[in-house]
Design a protein around this ligand. Structure first.
Ligand code: FPP
Length: 247
């Protein structure tokens, strides 16, 4: 019997070589609002669908052997959205921690937070800190959640920390600045994916993205499935990364 491969299987099979698997993937999960609007649903329904998708993509990353996943969940600019949407996104973060933390912990996911926690309510701050503490020793995959995060704010924060630790001007180099960013000890992202076709950085990992490869997916975040991820990885594997050098 002739067995036809589905396009999902084809895409998945194409990416099985080690050079297609970046260590660190970062994702701008864009398009939840438009996904919802297309269906006549409120924007928050899009964010809920996006959260469901995050679970699927997280699982796919573990299966594929990606070691670090950074997701852009809430930007410093998002604080300016309508109050109900901001409240809804806070609620989603709280629900994710309440419902998913035991399973994430069991699966060996180490949770980290990038951004300014002081702007979120105390109860949620505690939950975030608890999740970080609980999963600190896990090493299957590091999940960085950028929440109340902005790339410029991160650099300002790092500069303040450098000054307050009394570093002298001659001690300041790129490695030191990197250490004071929220990503601290982690390697820079190899691949940054943005969904929904938009060609913007939107204040995401400005410093860390210096030599990242970019991939823009034509689908909204809730529709960005494992097949789409594999397409991104396949193209990543074909990129010639020269880091400004000549090969
Ligand atoms: C961008 O879509 C998406 C966001 C601002 C929120 C992303 C959040 C999630 C996917 C939920 C997961 C969250 C946590 C805390 C783990 P948009 O609203 O800008 O979409 P639009 O451009 O179509 O309006």
């Amino acid at each position: 019997m002739i067995q036809m491969m589905t396009s999902t299987e084809q895409a998945e099979q194409q990416e099985l070589l080690p050079e297609h698997i970046p260590t660190h993937v970062a994702i701008i999960m864009d398009g939840n609002g438009r996904w919802a609007k297309q269906r006549g649903l409120p924007r928050l329904a899009g964010h809920r669908a996006g959260t469901e998708n995050l679970r699927r993509i997280l699982r796919a990353c573990v299966e594929l052997g990606i070691k670090i996943l950074t997701i852009y969940a809430f930007s410093t600019e998002n604080w300016g959205r309508p109050e109900a949407e901001v409240r809804g996104l806070m609620r989603i973060l709280e629900d994710v921690i309440d419902r998913e933390l035991p399973e994430l912990h069991e699966e060996g996911v180490q949770l980290r937070h990038l951004g300014d926690l002081s702007r979120i309510n105390k109860k949620l701050q505690k939950k975030v800190l608890h999740a970080i503490e609980l999963t600190r020793g896990n090493n299957k995959l590091i999940l960085n959640v950028a929440f109340s995060y902005g790339g410029r704010a991160e650099i300002v924060h790092a500069i303040r920390e450098i000054v307050s630790h009394g570093h002298k001007p001659e001690e300041i180099d790129e490695a030191l600045v990197s250490r004071y960013l929220y990503t601290g000890d982690l390697p820079d992202p190899d691949l940054i994916v943005r969904t929904s076709g938009e060609l913007r950085i939107s204040n995401f990992l400005l410093w860390q993205a210096a030599y990242a490869e970019y991939y823009v997916a034509p689908v909204f975040w809730p529709d960005f499935d494992k097949e789409e991820l594999c397409k991104a990885l396949h193209l990543f594997g074909q990129r010639d990364r020269r880091y400004g050098l000549v090969k």
